[in-house]
Design a protein around this ligand. Structure first.
Ligand code: NAD
Length: 476
C-alpha cells in the first residue's frame, strides 16, 4: 500500500483503496492509503508549522528545488506519462505530453521564484517613500480533479511553493498514482518537512476537512461547479481567499467563410481528444447554415476514422471514459438530447474491446437548440452537439448564451469577425482557428461567469493569488 506524505514522513493508514485502470478493470495499478479527518488535521498542522520558515526562505533555494522537480519529471516523462494514461485513460502520447507540460510548469515557476519584485513610489508626503511588496499567503489547500492528474496539480503546487506558501494537496480519488509519484519527486527534491503534504482520500472526508479548517489560508480548487460552491461557502466564514476553476460548455463557432478542413480538425480535437474529458472541450458546435451540412458530414467521416480503445495500445486515438459513473452520465445526456429532439448523427455507443473498460464511441448530436439540456449542462465526455445558426450575429449570441465562460473558439477567415468575436465572447480565453482545448504552460489560464472565480492560474499572473500585498510607508 502506497503511503501519504505528512510532515515529511511517509504515513500508512489501516485502509487502502485500489487504483483501477479504466482501459482494463482487471489491471490494479496499486493500493493507496486513505487519509481520514485525523490525518488531514495533522497535515494541516505540519503545513502551518512549516509556513513561517518557508515563507522567509531564500528564493534561490526555492528555485533550486522547483528546478529539480521539473528536471526529474522531464527525465521521466515517458514513464510518468505511461502511469497517467494507465490511471486516467487518455492515450499515451497525451499522457507523455501532459508530463512534459508539468515539468515545464515547475521550470517556469522555478524562475519566477527569483523574479518576484516590488515597487518603490514617492509619497505625497515630503520625505516619505512608499514600498509595495508581496508576501506569501500561508497554508494553501490544493484540491484537484482527475482529468489532468499531473498538469493541474503542477500549476497549483509550483506557484504555491514558488512564492513561499506551504501546501496540503488533495488529489481526486481516481488518480492517486500520479499524485503519489509527484509527492515522491517533491520529497526527493528537497522540499522541507511539512512544506508539502499529500492526503489521498475522499472529497467528502479529506476535502471537507480541508475546507472547514481555519488554519487553511487559501484554497485553489479545480473541479465541478457543485463542489466549487461548497468550497466557496465553507471559505466565506474564514474570509479566506479562493481560486476556483470549474466547468465549461465551450462554444466553437464555425462560419461559412472558414477553412473547412481546419474547422473539422479543430472540432475533432476540441470535442473528442482526451475522450472529451477536458474543461476546455468544444461541447457546442455553432455552425452557420451555408457550411452546416458539409461540416457535419466531414466531421462525422473524421469521427468514424477515430479508433477507440485501450489508452496504452498503439493506434488508439480515444481512450476510455474514466469510470462507470462518468460513462453512465455521458449516456444519460445523450439520451436526454435525443428525447428533447436532437439527432444522434454519429457514435454514442458503448463499445466492446479486448479488455474490460469504459469505451464509448464519440457522439455527435445534430439539430439541437440553445435551450436544450445538452447545450446548458456540462457532460464531460466525448459528446458534442451542433446548433445551426443563420449568421455570425446569431452565432455570437448563442455562443454567449450559457452560464459558463471558460473558452470560446471561432473558425473563420474574416479578420472582422475574428476580431469582434475575440472582444465580445464572454469567456476567459478565446481561440481563433484553433481547438478550444490546448493551452500554453506560461500564460494565464481561466474563465468567467460560472466557470471561474478568483484570480487567474498559471503564468506570471499566478502571483496575484499566491501572494498578498503589503504597502509600507517609510520615513527615514
Ligand atoms: P469534483 O468536483 O467531483 O472533484 C474535484 C475535487 O474536489 C476532487 O479532489 C474531490 O475529491 C474534491 N471534493 C469532492 N467533494 C468535496 C468536498 N465536499 N469538499 C472539498 N473537496 C471535495 O470534480 P471532478 O469530477 O474531479 O472533475 C471534473 C470537473 O472538473 C468538471 O466539471 C470539469 O469541468 C472540471 N474541471 C475544470 C477545469 C478548469 O480549469 N476550469 C479543469 C479541469 C476540470
Amino acid at each position: 500500500m502506497k503511503p501519504l506524505l505528512i510532515g515529511g514522513e511517509w504515513v500508512r493508514t489501516s485502509h487502502g483503496v485500489d487504483d483501477i485502470n479504466p482501459s482494463d478493470t482487471t489491471d490494479i495499478i496499486d493500493s493507496f492509503a486513505q487519509a481520514g479527518v485525523a490525518e488531514t488535521q495533522t497535515a494541516i498542522a505540519a503545513a502551518a508549522d512549516a509556513a513561517p520558515g518557508w515563507g522567509l526562505s531564500n528564493p534561490q533555494d526555492r528555485h533550486d528545488i522547483l528546478r529539480r522537480v521539473g528536471d526529474e519529471i522531464m527525465a521521466r516523462a515517458d514513464e510518468l506519462g505511461h502511469l497517467l494514461s494507465r490511471e486516467e485513460g487518455k492515450i499515451l502520447s497525451e499522457g507523455v505530453a501532459e508530463a512534459v507540460r508539468a515539468a515545464r510548469i515547475f521550470h517556469f515557476f522555478a524562475g519566477e521564484a527569483l523574479r518576484l519584485s516590488g515597487e518603490l513610489l514617492p509619497s505625497t508626503r515630503p520625505g516619505v517613500t512608499v514600498e509595495l511588496t508581496r508576501e506569501p499567503v500561508g497554508v494553501v489547500g490544493v484540491i484537484a480533479p482527475w482529468n489532468f492528474p499531473l498538469a493541474i496539480p503542477a500549476w497549483k503546487i509550483a506557484p504555491a511553493l514558488c512564492y513561499g506558501n506551504t501546501v496540503v494537496f488533495k488529489p481526486a480519488e481516481l488518480v492517486p498514482g500520479c499524485a503519489h509519484a509527484l509527492a515522491e519527486i517533491l520529497h526527493r527534491s528537497g522540499v522541507p518537512a511539512g512544506v508539502f503534504n499529500l492526503l489521498i482520500g475522499k472529497g467528502s472526508v479529506v476535502g471537507q476537512a480541508i475546507i472547514d479548517d481555519p488554519r487553511i489560508d487559501a484554497i485553489t480548487f479545480t473541479g465541478s461547479q457543485a463542489t466549487g460552491e461548497r468550497v466557496a461557502r465553507a471559505s466565506l466564514p474564514h474570509m479566506r481567499r479562493i481560486q476556483m476553476e470549474m466547468g465549461g460548455k465551450n462554444p466553437l463557432v464555425v462560419l461559412d467563410d472558414c477553412d473547412l478542413d481546419r474547422a473539422i480538425a479543430c472540432a475533432l480535437d476540441g470535442a473528442f481528444f482526451s475522450t472529451g474529458q477536458r474543461c476546455t472541450a468544444s461541447s457546442r458546435l455553432i455552425v452557420t447554415e451555408g457550411i452546416h451540412d458539409r461540416f457535419i458530414s466531414g466531421l462525422a467521416d473524421a469521427m468514424a476514422r477515430l479508433k477507440v480503445g485501450h489508452a496504452l495500445h498503439d493506434g488508439t486515438d480515444i481512450g476510455p471514459v474514466v469510470d462507470a459513473t462518468q460513462l453512465e452520465q455521458d449516456l444519460r445526456y445523450i439520451e436526454i438530447a435525443r428525447r428533447e429532439g436532437g439527432h444522434l448523427r454519429h457514435g454514442g455507443e458503448v463499445l466492446r474491446s479486448d479488455t474490460p473498460g469504459f469505451f464509448l464511441s464519440p457522439a455527435l448530436i445534430t439539430g439541437t437548440t440553445a435551450d436544450m439540456t445538452i447545450n446548458r449542462e456540462e457532460v464531460f465526455g466525448p459528446v458534442a452537439s451542433v446548433i445551426r445558426v443563420r449568421d455570425y450575429d446569431q452565432a455570437l449570441a448563442v455562443a454567449n448564451d450559457t452560464p459558463f465562460g471558460l473558452v470560446a473558439g471561432i473558425c473563420t477567415s474574416s479578420l472582422k469577425h475574428a476580431s469582434h468575436f475575440k472582444r465580445m465572447a464572454q469567456a476567459g480565453m478565446v481561440m481563433v482557428n484553433l481547438p478550444t482545448a490546448g493551452v500554453d504552460p506560461h500564460v494565464p489560464f481561466g474563465g468567467r461567469k460560472a466557470s471561474s472565480h478568483g484570480p487567474r492560474e498559471q503564468g506570471s499572473w499566478a502571483r496575484e493569488f499566491f501572494t498578498q500585498g503589503k504597502t509600507a510607508y517609510i520615513h527615514p
